[in-house]
Ligand binder design. Structure first.
Ligand code: GDP
Length: 208
């Protein structure tokens, strides 16, 4: 898929205020500093569509971007900052949980994981939670350029093994680097293939 247009639509802290358009939506989420803004900018060919983090945890908003006038890319707040107060963490958790539970346009989440680090309990707990609520998701490993290709493979394998401790199958995953444009085409192709399937479904006549 070529991204021809990427427009910022709206930021919200309340799920009921999010756009009402009945179009497929894909949500990007991960720990603060994981490389989410850089990834979104890389995917959309923009320099600063998503704001790269100055002060992690300052803006906790659901950001909707319209892509090719066909689907929404949703930039969700990063989780797991040390600097955020307990009460604001709670508010954050609440509105993110509401988003995932109630947003019926959501087709899939992408959970971003920094490829350099060992599996972190906060990410694993979040993925378990998504699994329990049957919210489809894939993993996006970020910053692959920071490791040698062999080490990337070893880290992915060890991550997969960790996930197999509690699931029979591992979710889909993508290896990316925003610096080197790794994974861009594969990821966009994946989203495109889901969008195509959805539009075929939507166009089916009722008697077919
Ligand atoms: P966010 O907080 O998840 O939105 O993360 P940012 O996109 O702001 O990135 C956090 C830091 O990681 C910044 O210093 C980025 O330049 C750096 N970064 C993000 N993606 C990559 C990547 O693919 N490769 C490298 N080497 N650095 C990255």
């Amino acid at each position: 898929m070529q991204i021809k247009t990427a427009e910022f639509i709206v930021s919200n802290q309340e799920v009921f205020r999010c756009p009402k358009n009945q179009i497929p939506e894909y949500a990007f989420i991960g720990r603060s500093n994981v490389g989410k803004s850089s990834l979104i900018n890389m995917l959309t060919n923009q320099k600063s569509l998503a704001k790269t983090s100055g002060k992690p945890g300052k803006t906790q908003l659901i950001n909707h971007f319209m892509i090719n006038k066909e689907w929404f890319l949703v930039d969700l707040p990063g989780y797991g900052y040390a600097r955020v107060s307990k009460s604001s963490k709670k508010t954050f958790q609440k509105f993110i949980i509401t988003y995932f539970k109630e947003r019926q346009q959501l087709i899939s989440a992408f959970v971003l994981i920094d490829i350099r680090h060992k599996p972190q309990s906060i990410d694993l707990a979040f993925m378990k939670w998504l699994g329990e609520y049957e919210i489809p998701f894939s993993i996006i490993f970020t910053k692959a350029d920071k490791l040698r290709p062999k080490t990337v493979d070893t880290h992915v394998e060890s991550y997969k093994n960790k996930l197999l401790d509690f699931w029979e199958e591992t979710p889909n995953y993508f290896i990316t680097s925003s610096t080197n444009y790794i994974g861009k085409e594969v990821l966009l192709k994946y989203i495109d293939s889901i969008n195509n399937e959805l539009s075929i479904e939507a166009n089916k006549l009722p008697f077919q």
